[in-house]
Design a protein around this ligand. Sequence first.
Ligand SMILES: C[S@@+](CC[C@H](N)C(=O)[O-])C[C@H]1O[C@@H](n2cnc3c(N)ncnc32)[C@H](O)[C@@H]1O
Length: 208
Amino acid sequence: MDRTRHWDDVYANRRANEVSWFQRRPALSLELIERLGLPADAACVDVGGGASTLVDELAALGWSDLTVLDVSSRALDVARARLAAAQQPAVADGVHWVCADVTTWVPQRSFDLWHDRAVFHFLVDPEDRGRYRDVLAEAVTAGGHAVMATFADDGPTTCSGLTVRRYSAESLVAEMGEGFELTEARRELHRTPAGVEQPFTWVVLRRR
Ligand SMILES: C[S@@+](CC[C@H](N)C(=O)[O-])C[C@H]1O[C@@H](n2cnc3c(N)ncnc32)[C@H](O)[C@@H]1O
């Protein structure tokens, strides 16, 4: 499967607020991040950030070291243009926009916070999950955190026409390995723009 093509087509053919994962405000991400009590100069990467408004919200809170990574350059263009229009263009220019597949990404620096909402669950190939784990472990500093959300074990079996792998908090923590410890777990019912409820599993992990 050509991931770039798949996701570029999604963002070319649908508005950001029409996709099933759309959130006007990423409330639970913000709540879990706020509870970590990180300083505004902490380094954050939103992996598979797509057109999410998390970057807008964190920038508005004064976060100054933001990276958004996505396999789709179209998704990054949407987020960047929106941020430039909503805040100062310099704010959007200050974000590091990285077009890459997380499973082959070579991070050039480390991060205090890794955020992934609805990306890891697309990795149905064990080798891809292994590569994701390696990148995560390399990118996040000791004592740093990962906030991750996947479809719950009773959630949908597909998203955007792709098969997903579903997780309980326990299975998601186990998947990330010994290098991370669980600090918080949540269950969320996300309501899609079409009104369908999707159960999500959220975990906050701390790098040992
Ligand atoms: C369901 S969307 C979620 C977007 C965003 N995290 C949010 O919560 O609104 C999945 C996103 O992950 C991106 N994506 C999928 N597979 C990826 C991969 N292997 N590496 C990087 N990005 C990926 C897609 O382009 C898309 O933007």
